[in-house]
Design a protein around this ligand. Sequence first.
Ligand code: BTN
Length: 385
Amino acid sequence: MFFANSNIDTRDEYDKRLGEAKKLAAHEGVRLVALPYDHEEWLHEVASGYEYEPEQGERCRRCFHYNLKKALEYACTHQFDEFTTSLTISPHKSSAMIFEVAKALIAEGKAATMFLDEDFKQGGGYAESVRRAQALGLYRQNYCGCEFSKAHWIVHHQAETESTNHDARDGKHLDVFTADYQRSGRGRLDHKWLSPPKTNLMMSAVLSVEGLDIEHASTLPLMAGLAVAKAIQALAIDGVSLKWPNDILVAGRKIAGILCERRGENAIVGIGLNVNAREFPEEIKTRATSLAIEVGKEYKLGYVRNCVLGQLYKWYGKWRDLGFNAIFDEVSAIDALKGTKIAVLQTDDDDSPLEGPCEGINSDGTLSVAGTKVYAGEAHILAVC
Ligand code: BTN
């Protein structure tokens, strides 16, 4: 058994897991080799610059590379035929990514040691690992190891509710409220948000805006829009854009809307994302789309929820720590209005909307229309310039 775990966030946790590995090695009658603990080196070589990546993203790939490289080096030096990793037992780990990294390492190092690409969680393997760990009285961790992998969101789900944004009013930072059905889902500018039960994603995430000045906090809807757009892109959908302030479009049709509300030191980010809807009410049917329509297959709502939450955590962290400037280029790159002729309505019945060519989103989060800064409103595209 080979124990390389410098990714673990604290010495205490490292020692605890090493102690359990020693128990298991003694039980199995095998020798245990443990590398010295060096979390500083791991932070420098693996995590630096990747702190905001979601779980199962690039930081995890780099971490697999870091630890498997050490295992392969040991295996080669000691002339092992094959090596493998217990990482694939975890339902939270992508075995395909692990295999890819291990095989690339072997190819790079022209190693004679081979990699056994066994997905241990398959065929009831995960349940069996839990059973055996319990039988041996082994400690079972509830996070992978590094400080970035600790469970962020706490999801509260209900079959039916008034509105998840309403439920989120008493929530704490990183609480998420979801429902199969909302009796009175709300959209921006007092619009209704209607969705049949168990068809689309409806959720409200609570994020702290404590200590942020008003200009910074006012750009939160754009950050949320970027995060939802990135999640949709990650599901292999092209043509995703962000219509200021926070509608997400695919090929010009609305796929998601966001309703942000302030509650003391917290912001509630309400997200409605059309996932499996195939039909829409008459009045929006030419302007709306869904993941299922775009990709031609149904999605599990929990999976889509996790994709969105992963991106929201990543972009919120950057935005909060480094400011809107740090994400401005990403927002600009998907600006749906830049270069179009638009009309902006300040209220639903605004009879003198501001019309003109749109120069796009500004670095303070406002929108430029015919040289005028717009702070809030609903934009309608009249023509592509
Ligand atoms: C819009 O496009 O006008 C924003 C729509 C936001 C809808 C979501 S669904 C989850 C959350 N709960 C609500 O009542 N509204 C938001």
